[in-house]
Design a protein around this ligand. Structure first.
Ligand SMILES: *Cc1c(COP(=O)(O)O)cnc(C)c1O
Ligand code: SF4
Length: 335
């Protein structure tokens, strides 16, 4: 008898792709057909917040273009090391807002769960790049304590899964976490802030879709796309599956110098989001975190971009320009 050969899927699964993420700036440049640039930091110079990028995200970058808007988001530059007045390690007062094990609450009715410190890619503008994750990771040891704290506060109607990126946690653990949250009667909504549909679309597994489809909680997923090129066919397919599973899809972008600092690029982003059934939600002014000063765009420029977007798009595709001001009871709407 001739043994039957099974069709073998040779593409790595999401966990393998995550494990194979690129960490060395020299390798990243090489893969893009670029020579080493003196303004790029080396692996040794970025140990506290290393380069990290997945194959999926890399594949959306333009070849041999050091100014590519996706590359700019992950490429560590010597600019990060320059002193910059007013740029801090904890720009939005996160350390002061830690309520109990892994819970960050600043606003009425909704609390943020810091589920993990890990992400699939490292965004150089990240406002949590200096956050002491190891000291406030609820899943490490204190999950029952975290749950008890949520159960005790019946003003909470929404839990926001954040991190890090909460979807780097595997399906088995997520199912357990969501099932514990479902048992808290005052919770109505589950919000997931993640970049994984953009940077690791394979993460949207049948198991995850089942969980999102069957939970009694209303699921809102906020993806963090900053540029239209982040939405390719794989990502659009993953987003379509999430919509079919009943998720409300929103986008939150950060206004970033060299990435999306012009109205044309922002209009294009809104159009691509709309094609993928995602509604633009917020356009954030940069949180002034140390090391990200080269991404800063002024408030005046941001307002001008929004005004130009309004002349080009239906109102519902224009995001709200916001800034987070530490101590305020909500995000501050600028335009
Ligand atoms: C930004 C943020 C939220 C969400 O605010 P929305 O305006 O509801 O999107 C919630 N909690 C914390 C701690 C935040 O930083
Ligand atoms: S927390 Fe979000 S912005 Fe920060 S590195 Fe992770 S994915 Fe990027």
């Amino acid at each position: 008898m001739i043994p039957q050969t099974k069709a073998v899927d040779i593409t790595p699964n999401w966990q393998q792709e995550l494990a194979n993420a690129i960490h060395d700036p020299a390798e990243l440049l090489n893969r893009l057909g670029l020579n080493h640039h003196t303004e790029v930091l080396t692996a040794a110079q970025t140990r506290s917040f290393p380069l990290r990028v997945t194959q999926s995200y890399l594949s959306k970058m333009r070849f041999a273009d050091i100014t590519d808007p996706l590359l700019r988001q992950v490429l560590p530059l010597t600019d990060e090391t320059l002193p910059a007045e007013g740029f801090l390690t904890d720009p939005v007062g996160d350390n002061a807002a830690i309520k109990s094990a892994g819970i960050l609450q600043k606003y009425h009715g909704r609390a943020l769960l810091l589920m993990t410190g890990a992400c699939a890619i490292h965004c150089r503008y990240c406002f949590r790049r200096h956050f002491p994750y190891s000291e406030s990771n609820p899943l490490a040891s204190q999950w029952s304590q975290t749950c008890a704290a949520i159960a005790e506060d019946d003003t909470l109607t929404e839990i926001i899964m954040s991190g890090g990126d909460p979807l780097v946690i595997n399906d088995r653990k997520l199912i357990q976490i969501v099932s514990d949250l479902e048992q808290i009667p005052h919770l109505k909504r589950l919000r997931i802030h993640t970049r994984l549909p953009l940077v690791l679309p394979k993460r949207i597994t049948p198991g995850l879709l089942d969980l999102l489809r069957t939970t009694r909680l209303k699921v809102v997923m906020v993806i963090h796309a900053n540029h239209g090129n982040e939405i390719d066919l794989q990502t659009a397919t993953a987003l379509g599956q999430l919509r079919e599973a009943g998720c409300e899809l929103l986008n939150q972008a950060v206004l970033l110098r060299g990435v999306n600092d012009n109205a044309k690029s922002l209009v294009e982003l809104s159009e691509r989001l709309s094609d993928a059934q995602v509604m633009p939600y917020y356009l954030h002014l940069l949180d002034k975190v140390a090391g990200a000063q080269h991404f800063d765009v002024t408030e005046q420029e941001g307002i001008a971009f929004i005004q130009q977007m309004r002349t080009k798009l239906p109102g519902y595709l224009v995001p709200r320009l916001v800034r987070e001001i530490a101590g305020e009871p909500n995000k501050t709407i600028i335009a």
